[in-house]
Write a protein that binds this ligand. Structure first.
Ligand code: SAM
Ligand code: DTB
Ligand code: SF4
Length: 314
């Protein structure tokens, strides 16, 4: 599954290039591989929120931290209603998220398989992010019609243990392998702004870029520092670090959707535009991500109109 085409030194050299060089190169590569001036619009649906046994230091949904979130589980009808509404907002892909450590076989998993079939019949692409999967579960998701599975590596293997103690980096890689072997597309990325060094971001991109085949989708999240989590006091990541991360991902993962994921809320339209110029071609729409605020859909709509971006058609 791993190639070694991209070395740490090569990615480091790209990451530290002058911003104009980075944007020029990243935008050129984006245009060679996707229709120009387009953006993929995704909708997140948190089907099971909170009470997660894991200890991911960034996450408002861990049961170990005292955070102010609305916990609970959505009914099938509620999920379908959100998915149907999303079509009107030019959404091409719906992503179902659950605050689980791993998928457990049984009633809940079976009901997700059923929901995937129903959302597929609306002609939407479907992604799930449900925690760790074994190979049988990955096959069942594929058979139900799932297109893509999200499982992030989050950061470098070196920094990983500072952030997560309840699951290893290798376990994440194993789930990604199970997803790939079942014939599903892979969505895997990470978070910046958790106190990591540039070297950690470079190493994270190296691992993603050397996967063979490369992930079809790479979300770049900027930490949403949430009160009650161990990372609550982290400072907002600098816009230039964000732009460098996105551009480096675009250059090393030319055919991948690079998603400007969490962290857009509270950033200016100009900052977000810089990230899009740097090669991001995918966003989440909607007032909410899983538990945190996201940019308002009307603001996104206006921005795309102002700068001339069109939703990528299904
Ligand atoms: N529980 C499943 C898991 O961890 O795989 C699926 C949902 S989990 C919320 C998906 C991803 O969201 C995490 O891997 C992390 O990259 C991202 N995430 C969670 N909390 C975040 C935060 N506060 N800021 C930025 N990204 C976050
Ligand atoms: C991903 O990389 N980012 C999304 C999605 N995959 C599941 C989640 C972002 C969550 C941000 C914090 C929250 O809203 O709870
Ligand atoms: Fe649980 Fe996923 Fe949050 Fe980690 S990131 S605490 S596994 S919901």
């Amino acid at each position: 599954m791993m190639m070694n085409k991209w070395t740490h030194e090569k990615i480091q050299e790209i990451f530290h290039r002058p911003i104009p060089d980075l944007i020029y190169k990243a935008q050129s590569i984006l245009r060679e591989n996707f229709p120009k001036n387009t953006v993929q619009i995704n909708k997140l649906i948190s089907i099971k929120t909170g009470q997660c046994p894991e200890d991911c230091s960034y996450c408002p949904q861990s049961a170990r931290y005292n955070t102010d979130i609305n916990k609970g589980t959505l009914e099938e009808s509620q999920i379908l209603e959100i998915a149907e509404k999303a079509i009107e907002q030019n959404v091409s892909k719906v992503c179902l998220g659950a605050a689980w450590r791993e998928v457990k076989d049984g009633r809940e998993f079976d009901s997700i398989l059923k929901i995937i079939k129903k959302i597929k019949s609306l002609k939407l692409e479907v992604c799930c992010t449900l925690g760790m999967l074994n190979s049988e579960q990955a096959k069942k998701l594929k058979e139900a019609g799932l297109d893509i599975y999200n499982h992030n590596i989050d950061t470098s293997p070196q920094y990983y243990n500072e952030i997560i103690g309840t699951r290893s980096f290798q376990q994440r890689i194993d789930t990604i392998k199970n997803v790939r072997n079942a014939g599903l597309s892979v969505c895997s990325g990470g978070i910046i702004g958790m106190g990591e060094k540039d070297e950690d971001i470079i190493e994270m991109i190296k691992i993603l870029a050397n996967m063979s085949p490369q992930p079809e989708s790479v979300p770049i999240n900027a930490l949403v520092a949430t009160e009650g989590t161990p990372l609550q006091d982290m400072k907002k990541v600098s816009i230039w670090k964000w732009v460098r991360t996105i551009a480096t991902a675009r250059i090393t993962l030319p055919k991948t959707f690079i998603r400007l994921a969490a962290g857009r809320y509270g950033r200016t339209q100009e900052e977000q535009t810089l990230c899009l110029l740097a090669g991001a071609n995918s966003i989440f729409t909607g007032e909410q991500l899983l538990t945190s605020k996201n940019e308002l859909p009307n603001k996104d709509y206006q921005l795309f109109k102002d700068i001339g971006l069109k939703p990528l058609r299904r």
